[in-house]
Design a protein around this ligand. Sequence first.
Ligand code: ZN
Length: 355
Amino acid sequence: MVDNSQPEVNQKPRPRPVLPEELIREEPILEKAYVCVLRERRFASQAMAILANCKHLPCPRHLKRCHGTRIYLAALDRLPEGIHGPAELRQLLADLGLDLALLEDELETPQVPAKPARSKAQMRAATAHWPLHFHPDPRLEALLSGAALADLAPLESAAQLVATAARAAVGGTCCSGAAAILEPSRRGPPRVLALARASLDRHPLWHAAMLAVDLVAHGQGGGAWDLKPRQLEGTGKRLRLRVRRPLVFPPELDSLILVGDDDDDEEEEGNGEEAAYLCTGYWAVLVQEPCPMCAMALLHSRVARIFYGVGNPRAGVLGSRALLHNVPGLNHRYEVWSGLLEAECARALDSATTI
Ligand SMILES: [Zn+2]
């Protein structure tokens, strides 16, 4: 019999969302709990009414109190004060007014989920042990299922662009490569606004993402460094200036911008619509996972999504050494994917100079 199935030799790996372990893991963390067992299901409402008013035996918010004829009482390691085992627990139930004749003689100690389910997959796995209250997070489900990245082609084009730009990067051992800032659009593919490669031979802070963010600021009439983007020459630098051709640094990267991608060197004033604040809503495409400085610059500039090709085990903080985008208390969060054109990006980094 002939096997007509085609090997997927050209199948590129999809970028992977970078998420904390507690969101990715499917198997629940379990803990033992005391449960009482009703002799008949019809006694459940009576038992539930008594327990509902009992502050000594609270049910964790993520667990349902009742599972068939079983009623959750307390985790083994969080018994009420003065209660040390099943005999005292049964006595507490009697003191609360529950008729012990409704219960089987022995309490059981099943494993129940210790924490709330965060995803549908976690919910399915956890309910095999004990029923849960659960409200799915549509954003998280879209990240986990891949639905959040419907059209990969424009992202791969951008990754190809930054990989090509990175071949002549001058980076350090902690951060290197090239970066692009993209403006997503509902009407078509995202537009490249800025492209930069690491230039540490010229300035110690000129990491790729730092330069890309500063180029966008130049396009908005600001910018911290004197990068002199050629595309802005002769223009009045005013807020809401929208340059159609991507701003690049160093200038020779302009040769990578395909003619026809944009109207050559034309610029237009903002047509009445408010420009984004810094990089609000924009996407960043990087060859390498950013260092802490670059990751914070992207955070402060409010990018919405970051895609990188290669992990940065020495200093990366979006997956390798830390998950900056999961640190509580920060005033902005972005979504992060790794592995976008990973092989091409790795080859580009091999070609880059490290100082
Ligand atoms: Zn950096």
